[in-house]
Ligand binder design. Structure first.
Ligand SMILES: Cc1ncc(COP(=O)(O)O)c(C=O)c1O
Length: 322
């Protein structure tokens, strides 16, 4: 109720405390419960607002970020949107570096929020809407260049503990509180792995019996140790086929699940049509993976997932074309 008890000092305070919804329409033929945390209701319409706030506030506290210093980050759009909001309110110029493969809504939104957006060409073999690890490497090189040129603070979501801490201190505990402590299994589509790492640590600290699964795209399941045969999947925001994700805590991973583009898309469409939840590809992937868990090894159990971002971010893609 913290949001409702008084006027908030800024939109930064409106980040987090998102609702947890029982997807009882989707699971009507499944023996089990699937709880979904509506992260698209954050001010920037994604879970990444949380890490933007935490990374900036951690850097302010440690003195690493100086008043008025430029902040730079590589983003698929969501972290950049969160950083644009947080930096705009706190008075730090923000530069977002993004692959042209991500949907254009994201760039427009970041600019509207005051960010300088630098779009980086994809590798010749890549297609719009399909951002591979190789595309991300090009974005990384551009990001490093800009950080050097502007003596900026890099809000490095792949490495900074603020990404982990946002979910360990907030998202995970919120899920535990809202579910009355009863979560048997959690699964999450990994990009940086920060959401998985933070939520899994909180869930397992509360109940060591809670099982936590990493979700990856079919054909790009490198964390599961599989060969990468299809790096150009369509599940934006993750599945970069990077073998090493610094924030992941390996002994918190109880297993790996794979979801195809088609499964993620079908589930995103069902979420909209049956649950009134308008979300993106990765949310579809999370729900598809959780449904599989409830139908196999976790019958009659309670699963939790994040609804990572809004379907509005994909209006320029064919996600919503019938
Ligand atoms: C839409 C979306 N889904 C999933 C992820 C992956 O989350 P994480 O980086 O915490 O693993 C991201 C990350 O950018 C994202 O933007």
């Amino acid at each position: 109720m913290s949001h409702l008890s008084r006027p908030l000092s800024s939109a930064i305070e409106a980040i987090g405390s998102t609702p947890l919804v029982d997807l009882s329409r989707l699971t009507r033929d499944v023996d089990g419960r699937l709880l979904a945390k509506l992260e698209y209701l954050n001010p920037g319409y994604s879970k990444k607002d949380r890490i933007a706030r935490q990374i900036i506030e951690d850097a302010e506290a440690s003195g690493e970020l100086k008043p008025g210093q430029t902040v730079v980050e590589l983003t698929s759009g969501n972290t950049g949107t969160g950083l644009a909001i947080v930096c705009g309110i706190k008075g730090y110029p923000f530069v977002a570096v993004m692959s042209k493969g991500n949907s254009i809504e994201r760039a427009r939104m970041m600019s509207a929020l005051g960010a300088e957006v630098i779009l980086v060409d994809q590798q010749p073999e890549s297609a719009p809407g399909q951002v591979s690890g190789a595309d991300l490497e090009l974005v990384e090189q551009e990001t490093l260049k800009i950080v050097r040129q502007r003596q900026a603070f890099r809000a490095d979501q792949f490495r900074l503990q603020g990404n982990f801490r946002a979910h360990y201190l907030n998202t995970g505990p919120e899920i535990i509180y809202q579910a009355g402590g009863k979560i048997d299994v959690f699964c999450d589509f990994a990009g940086t792995g920060g959401t998985f790492a933070g939520c899994a640590a909180a869930l397992k600290e509360h109940n060591p019996q809670t099982k936590c699964f990493i979700v990856e795209p079919e054909g790009a399941a490198i964390l599961a140790g599989e060969a990468v045969t299809f790096p150009n999947h369509r599940i934006q925001g993750g599945g970069y086929a990077m073998a090493h994700l610094p924030l992941l805590i390996r002994n918190h991973i109880d297993g790996y699940l794979q979801v195809s583009d088609e499964q993620a898309i079908e589930m995103a469409r069902r979420l909209a049509a049956e649950e009134g939840i308008f979300a993106g590809f990765s949310s579809g992937a999370n729900v598809a993976a959780a449904m599989e868990l409830l139908q196999t090894s976790f019958k009659n159990k309670t699963a939790a997932v994040l609804i990572c971002d809004s379907g509005l971010k994909y209006l320029s893609t064919d996600l919503w074309e019938k």
